[in-house]
Design a protein around this ligand. Structure first.
Ligand code: NAD
Length: 300
């Protein structure tokens, strides 16, 4: 019988990822603060732990998929955290997008317990989590650790990339999401300008997508409702990637830019724009494409 896998953080991403591990024949011991979610996992055959320490006492392979740095710190180092009960040679795989320095610190704390921690942040969105087609950006520290992680991660994703030292996964993820935040705003303001100049939204998108302005935010996730069917901007900006998570990722990019003294003027401006959205009750619970509605003059 295969050993238990621990899974902590069963939200929009983690919930689908944990289910894909179960589909792959793995037995899970899970924990989340949200009781409604853990009840569902219990009904589906998973063991539900009382806190992260219970997970670490039972499993030597543990996934964490949590919102941000403080949650990860708490799950590992808190009163009933993983570190309290962790067994030697446990492999913790953290797919949260968090501060690189926190990943490096967690790896150090786990090494002191003769265990392993890798950062393995993800891209591919909720759809990719559901379809098990995620990309994992892995900072493993060694090929041997990477191969061990890959056995688990390949049940949840199709593109598992070894980037070297612990923390490098976060570096890659943070860079990608800074660019994503910038080009989403860029497409939103461009579409708004063109529509106000009298262009048809689909005709304008068509030109952008066959010209040099083309990017993911224009051709795959256009923020103007009705340009692309079936994505959050065409479904009232529901589901998808929230403005608060985008604001968080852009803040991570700003922390990193400060640490290494890299100028990121557009990353900084994008961070401030998403901060405004994340504190506005009209936009904070919406998909990040809603920046188009924020820029648009809704009074006309
Ligand atoms: P989410 O908010 O939907 O899920 C987080 C889960 O963690 C929730 O179920 C919450 O109850 C649980 N949680 C919070 N604190 C906890 C604690 N102390 N102990 C146990 N459980 C706790 O977030 P998500 O969309 O699943 O994102 C998770 C991570 O993945 C984030 O870092 C995010 O930036 C990243 N990410 C998200 C997407 C996306 O499209 N949603 C894509 C790529 C990466």
């Amino acid at each position: 019988r295969m050993s238990l896998v621990g899974f902590i953080g069963l939200g929009n991403m983690g919930g689908h990822m944990a289910r894909n591990l179960m589909k792959n024949g793995r037995s899970l011991i899970v924990f989340d603060l949200n009781k409604a979610v853990t009840e569902q996992f219990k009904a589906d055959g998973a063991i539900v732990a009382k806190h992260p320490a219970d997970v670490a006492a039972a499993a030597k392979e543990i996934m964490t998929v949590l919102p941000s740095s403080p949650h990860v710190r708490n799950v590992y180092t808190g009163d009933n955290g993983i570190l309290k009960t962790i067994q030697p040679d446990t492999l913790c795989m953290d797919s949260s997008t968090i501060d690189q320095t926190v990943s490096i610190e967690m790896a150090r704390l786990l090494r002191e317990k003769k265990s392993l921690y890798i950062d393995a942040p993800i891209s591919g969105g909720v759809g990719g989590a559901q379809a098990a087609t995620l990309t994992f950006m892995v900072g493993s520290g060694s090929d041997q650790v990477f191969e061990r992680a890959k056995v688990i991660l390949s049940a949840m994703g199709k593109n598992i990339v070894n980037l070297g030292a612990v923390g490098n996964g976060q570096a890659a993820k943070i860079c990608n999401n800074m660019l994503l935040g910038i080009h989403m705003i860029a497409v939103a303001e461009t579409m708004n300008l063109g529509i106000k100049m009298g262009l048809d939204k689909k005709a304008l998108a068509g030109i952008l997508n066959t010209s040099s302005g083309r990017c993911w935010s224009s051709d795959t996730y256009n923020p103007v409702p009705g340009v692309i069917e079936g994505i959050p901007p065409s479904k009232g900006y529901s589901g998808g990637f929230g403005t608060t998570l985008m604001a968080k990722d852009l803040s991570l990019a700003q922390n990193a830019a400060t640490n290494v003294q890299a100028p990121t003027p557009l990353g900084s401006l994008s961070h401030q724009i998403y901060r405004l959205l994340a504190q506005d009750p009209q936009f904070q619970a919406k998909d990040f494409g809603v920046v188009y509605q924020f820029l648009k003059d809704n009074t006309k």
